[in-house]
Design a protein around this ligand. Structure first.
Ligand SMILES: [Zn+2]
Ligand SMILES: [Zn+2]
Length: 343
């Protein structure tokens, strides 16, 4: 058995461990990818705390995976060897009503979900079906590409659901990996963007990326400020990327008539809203999870064209995964920490 290093989840509340695991050769229709960049997402903290428990352990973490195809399995063109790729982390059944229209993120019979229920990219290698290895243009370096895999794709998907329009007020509540993408996408649609966060450094980055106004929620009540900014009307779209009791209360209070509140982030806290608010203002509350394969192609294209920029705070060798997770948990990162398993 050929082995490799991987950072693995061992069940709710258990620490992740760096260990030696089998390097799986590509089977029929698969490719073996030598991982060069692997983004660290807040989801990993949810695994660690036990908030997200999908019942599969041990499993290698990491769903923002970039690398180079090193070998191909039967049925895959040898021309793909050496190709730079980014991984689409869902593999649906491809037969159900959701998969048939490309919504693999909703498939009730997932065959794989890399970094969730299947071995992901906190490792030297990952083996995935050839169609999950999406070509990466030479203009996007590996490290900058990693946050596309979840951060940008999740933003693209959430924006598709919320459909912000020209001139609408869009609030991006939470300025992490997904939030930075949402700020840039809102700007391109001609919407007016308010970024809400608790760190001056992250809010400055949001302004640099195109947010019109930054609101520091640790200094003022975000909803009151948003009401003032919008002349009392409230926001048309609020992307909730935090999901704590406080942020949910503020996000809901900031929502205007026909407002769309889109949940992207979550915490152990529950959401409470009086239905009269939804009724009389005809508001919509929705969730957005992951992305379609097409969203990933779209996200790669947006970054290649310079419409969306990814933000990387630091890179770390696989061995230092813990320091990256700790920095993420403390809210210290402006953008992603990216693991570089092969350097
Ligand atoms: Zn993620
Ligand atoms: Zn399916």
């Amino acid at each position: 058995m050929v082995v490799m290093k991987a950072v693995r989840y061992h069940g709710p509340g258990q620490p992740f461990r760096l260990e030696q695991v089998e390097k799986r050769e590509p089977g029929v229709g698969e490719v073996l990818v030598r991982v060069t960049a692997s983004g660290m997402c807040h989801t990993e903290l949810h695994f660690k705390s036990g908030l997200l428990d999908l019942g599969v352990a041990p499993v290698t973490m990491g769903h923002e995976v970039v690398g180079r195809i090193e070998a191909v399995g039967e049925g895959v063109s040898a021309d793909r060897v050496d190709e730079r790729v980014i991984v689409y982390y869902y593999l649906g059944c491809l037969e159900c009503a959701y998969c048939r229209v490309g919504d693999e993120q909703l498939c009730p019979n997932l065959r794989a979900e890399y970094g969730f229920i299947s071995d992901g990219g906190y490792a030297e290698y990952i083996t995935v079906p050839a169609r999950n290895a999406v070509p990466l243009p030479t203009t996007i370096p590996d490290i900058e590409a990693a946050p596309i895999g979840c951060g940008v794709t999740t933003a693209v998907h959430a924006a598709r659901l919320a459909k912000p329009e020209v001139g609408e007020w869009v609030v991006v509540y939470g300025v992490g990996g997904v939030g930075f993408g949402l700020v840039q996408l809102a700007r391109t649609t001609g919407a007016r963007t308010i970024a809400v966060g608790r760190s001056a450094e992250k809010l400055d980055k949001a302004l640099e990326l195109g947010a019109e106004i930054a609101v520091n929620a640790s200094e003022e009540a975000a909803s009151e400020r948003i009401r003032r900014i919008t002349g009392g009307a409230g926001a048309d779209v609020v992307y909730e990327c935090v999901g704590t009791e406080e942020s949910m209360k503020e996000a809901s209070a900031a929502l205007g008539r026909r407002g769309r509140l889109v949940f992207v982030g979550y915490s152990p806290d529950s959401f409470t809203v009086h239905p009269i608010q939804l009724v009389v203002f005809e508001q919509t509350v929705m969730g957005a999870v992951g992305a379609t394969l097409n969203d990933l192609y779209e996200a790669v294209d947006l970054v290649e064209r310079g419409v969306v920029r990814t933000v990387v705070d630091r890179t770390l060798p696989l061995e230092q995964f813990e320091s990256g997770l700790n920095a993420l948990e403390r809210g210290e990162l402006v953008g992603r920490a990216v693991l570089v398993p092969n350097r």
